[in-house]
Design a protein around this ligand. Structure first.
Ligand code: ADP
Ligand code: MG
Length: 307
């Protein structure tokens, strides 16, 4: 058995799912796309020293890679079908591969994304995931649908993952943080939760959607640009976790929420007459114009972000 056959064996048990007709082992996989729906496809790469460093546990790398890819499906309002993995490794390291497959397995079950195929090569460490999902025809969520008068809403708490990463990097060594809070904040970076079910439920309700991978201001800027509108965001309404506030105070927590990445929460715009679901927080309104405006309360000054 060749060395890459061993790798393939690590991943071949993750391949079954509701929509999978043929999985790992043949020249291609076969999936059933339900009738009257569109196939939604998205690819994400994670490259060592560009997207992650080698102190990230392989379990966390595997989990995060799937969760962030699933988050793109969530942002389209797509239900997961399956995924493929292009893996490049410098050598066959059993312990490392075992860890990676543990993380992939956990996330693959959590997000109903069976691993139906891939490719394995030797070279500098990188992981490329292609996820596939489906949406009833014409119901997919786009960045381009925001309308003047809509409300801007987000799920969850923002900023925790970026602070969790900073903690992992040892940037807050002197700071006294409650142990449970610290565990929670780091886990928001290592085990983000893609809001797949929420994305699907919002299909007929939201006018636009994006997942928050690069920070609220930057990602909101993609929506205003695509929709040809302006967002007015009230900084006091941005949802911040009590763990983050007690760690760094409100002003810095807000800074993490506005500019930090990797929360993988969803931002939606909702028409004025639509009820706001419990798990969403209204943070602003859609106006005529361009760019993202945010009143940063702690500084008494505004913040304009143009994309
Ligand atoms: P081929 O030469 O036809 O591309 P491979 O030897 O590359 O076949 O792969 C054999 C099987 O293993 C294929 O079904 C492929 O999809 C699967 N596979 C290879 N690498 C991976 C991987 N990293 N993750 C999941 N499946 C993989
Ligand atoms: Mg191949």
């Amino acid at each position: 058995m060749g060395e890459f056959d061993v790798i393939t064996r690590y991943f071949s048990s993750l391949g079954s799912g509701e929509y999978v007709d043929l999985s790992v082992g043949d020249d291609g996989a076969a999936l059933t796309v339900p009738p009257n729906s569109e196939l939604i496809v998205s690819t994400d790469s994670s490259v060592l020293d560009t997207h992650f460093t080698d102190d990230l546990f392989p379990e966390d790398l595997g989990y995060k890679a799937v969760a962030s890819a699933a988050s793109d499906l969530a942002a389209m309002g797509a239900e997961p079908l399956g995924m493929t993995l292009a893996l490049t490794v410098p050598s066959v390291d059993d312990l490392w591969l075992h860890g990676l497959s543990q993380g992939l397995t956990r996330a693959c079950h959590e997000y109903r994304l069976p691993l139906v195929g891939g490719d394995t090569t030797r070279g500098p460490l990188s992981l490329t995931l292609t996820v596939m999902g489906f949406c009833p025809r014409n119901q997919k969520l786009l960045r381009s649908g925001a309308q003047v008068g809509d409300r801007v809403c987000v799920s969850g708490y923002l900023g925790d993952a970026a602070f969790g990463l900073a903690v992992m990097q040892g940037k807050y060594r002197g700071l006294e943080i409650d142990f449970e809070d610290q565990e929670y904040l780091v886990s928001r970076f290592t085990h983000p939760t893609a809001r797949v079910d929420l994305g699907c439920r919002m299909r007929k309700l939201a006018t636009s959607c994006i997942d928050l991978s690069d920070g609220l201001l930057q990602d909101a800027g993609h929506v205003t640009h695509a929709s040809g509108v302006r967002f007015s965001i009230q900084s006091g309404a941005v949802p911040l976790s009590s763990a983050l506030i007690s760690a760094v105070g409100e002003a810095q927590a807000l800074e993490f929420a506005l500019n930090g990445g990797e929360d993988y929460e969803l931002l939606f715009t909702l028409p004025p007459e639509t009820d706001v679901p419990d798990e969403l927080t209204v943070i602003g309104t859609v106006e005529a114009g361009e760019g993202v405006h945010c009143d940063v309360m702690s500084r008494g000054q505004g913040y304009d972000h143009f994309h």
